[in-house]
Write a protein that binds this ligand. Structure first.
Ligand code: UDP
Ligand code: MG
Length: 136
């Protein structure tokens, strides 16, 4: 049975700054994702705080929100069979040091905070995150 899903992907400031967006998009396309929508934007600090609200009690929350709003990001809706999990697999572990060979974070991540990409972690959060950026 087919299980086509959509998930939200963000190419974070460290990767956009290094002009890695086309290379990262190509990885998704080669893995069979369709890029349904995309836009390059820069968030305000307060928008980043809203986006990462689930992490508001974490010690890294403030730095994380400053970082996400520090430069342009490329936001995409990715579509594929089991897209939520498939995207997490292509991204690799949160800390690039722990990420598997061939993953985006292994290839491009600089550190646990500058780890190049964001991806929704569940179907429910994918819907929430897609609506956050593409409500029209
Ligand atoms: N993060 C951080 N320090 C940590 C854990 C996470 O700076 O100790 C950042 C990192 O950029 C990560 C983001 O916070 O991508 C969100 O954390 P989460 O645990 O949701 O990881 P992800 O879902 O992005 O793999
Ligand atoms: Mg997460």
């Amino acid at each position: 049975m087919s299980n086509i899903q959509q998930t939200l992907s963000i190419i974070k400031p460290d990767a956009v700054e290094r002009n890695l967006d086309s290379e990262i998009k190509e990885i998704f396309i080669n893995k069979g994702f369709k890029i349904v929508k995309e836009k390059k934007i820069q968030l305000t600090k307060s928008e980043a705080e809203q986006f990462y609200k689930v992490h508001e009690t974490k010690p890294f929350y403030n730095d994380l929100c400053s970082y996400l709003s520090s430069g342009p990001i490329l936001v995409m809706i990715l579509e594929k069979e089991n897209a939520v999990l498939a995207n997490r697999e292509v991204m690799g572990a949160t800390n690039p040091k722990d990420a598997n060979e061939g993953t985006i974070r292994k290839k491009f991540g600089i550190s646990i905070d500058k780890n190049s990409v964001h991806g929704s972690d569940s179907i429910d959060n994918a819907t929430i995150e897609i609506n956050f950026f593409f409500k029209d």
